[in-house]
Design a protein around this ligand. Structure first.
Ligand code: FES
Length: 101
C-alpha cells in the first residue's frame, strides 16, 4: 500500500450540522481529491467520516491530520479551497480554522 500524506476526517453527525451537510461533503471530497490529483502519488490523501468529533456546533467540522488543523462551518466551496490550498499547496485556509493541536 502506498503511504498517505494526510488524513481528512469529516463529521457527518447531526449535532454540529442539523441538516447533516457533512454527508454531502464526504461524497464531494472524493470528487475534489480526484480533480486535484490527490488520490495517488506523494500527496495521496485518505478520507474518512465519523458520527461526531466532540465539537457539536458550528459544523460541519473537518479535520486534517497530521497537521492537527480543525475547520468549522465547512461548505462545499470551503472544502474545495481546503483541498486545493491546504492539501495540494500546503497552505492552511486560516480564516476557517477554529482549533489547532
Ligand atoms: S456531531 Fe459533529 S462534532 Fe459532534
Amino acid at each position: 500500500m502506498d503511504p498517505y500524506s494526510r488524513h481528512v476526517i469529516i463529521c457527518t453527525g447531526g449535532y454540529c450540522s442539523p441538516e447533516r451537510k457533512g454527508g454531502e461533503l464526504y461524497s464531494l471530497l472524493a470528487t475534489l481529491l480526484e480533480r486535484e490529483g490527490l488520490l495517488f502519488g506523494p500527496l495521496r490523501v485518505k478520507r474518512g467520516e465519523t458520527p461526531c468529533l466532540g465539537v457539536c456546533e458550528s459544523g460541519p467540522i473537518v479535520v486534517v491530520y497530521p497537521d492537527g488543523v480543525w475547520y468549522s462551518g465547512v461548505t462545499s466551496h470551503l472544502l474545495g479551497r481546503i483541498v486545493k490550498e491546504h492539501l495540494k499547496e500546503g497552505k492552511v485556509v486560516q480564516e476557517a480554522v477554529f482549533h489547532r493541536l
